[in-house]
Design a protein around this ligand. Structure first.
Ligand SMILES: [Zn+2]
Ligand SMILES: [Zn+2]
Length: 191
């Protein structure tokens, strides 16, 4: 059980600035080393859930322009709880995604493939799999809820479970009546 006292406060602004500076310094290093063009990237601390970081590109299009909006997102709670580790690994990890995006385009390579590992090597950073942190006290993303029904009651299932049922043909049974849960549609009679 999680205790309220174990709640982790998000990374304070002064430490966020240190992370931003470090990110910019990796980008500068990559610009020099790979001779790439330094494209605008926003750095935000708005990521929630299990990931420490994320790199994202969105295409913005209008009649007169088409441009890419690049964002590095950090999880302020995981950075707060495991600062040194994330400072050393998550920052180069996300900048390496940014660098491979500029060189190859994200859709042309595997996320953690050889192109990405070459950049991590250039940074002298550890390219091994993501750490498995104890996330106690760290707020999780709120999941959408789907309504299911058995013979005795209504059940609320997470998106994860709903997708397992829809895409992977999982079945969940009710702990009380042992019936298989079926999705409840709007047109179903309310019982
Ligand atoms: Zn990654
Ligand atoms: Zn039931």
């Amino acid at each position: 059980m999680e205790h309220p006292s174990s709640y982790i406060a998000p990374l304070p602004a002064d430490k966020q600035q240190i992370v931003i500076d470090e990110t910019r310094s990796y980008i500068k290093q990559a610009v020099d080393h790979f001779n790439i063009k330094d494209k605008t990237v926003d750095i935000r601390f708005d990521l929630k859930g299990r990931s420490a970081g994320m790199y994202r590109v969105r295409s913005k299009q209008s009649l007169i322009f088409s441009r890419q909006q690049r964002v590095i997102r950090y999880n302020p709670y995981i950075f707060s709880k495991y600062f040194d580790d994330n400072f050393a690994t998550t920052i180069p990890h996300e900048v390496a995604h940014y660098v491979t995006d500029i060189i190859y385009g994200l859709k042309n390579i595997k996320p953690h493939g050889k192109e990405w590992r070459v950049v991590m090597d250039a940074f002298g950073a550890d390219a091994s799999v993501t750490a498995n942190y104890d996330l106690a006290g760290i707020p999780m993303k709120r999941q959408a809820v789907f309504t299911y029904q058995c013979a005795c009651r209504v059940h609320r299932l997470s998106t994860t479970r709903h997708n397992k049922i829809k895409k992977r043909r999982y079945q969940y049974t009710c702990n009380f009546c042992k019936q298989v849960l079926l999705e409840k549609h709007e047109t179903d009679a309310v019982t």
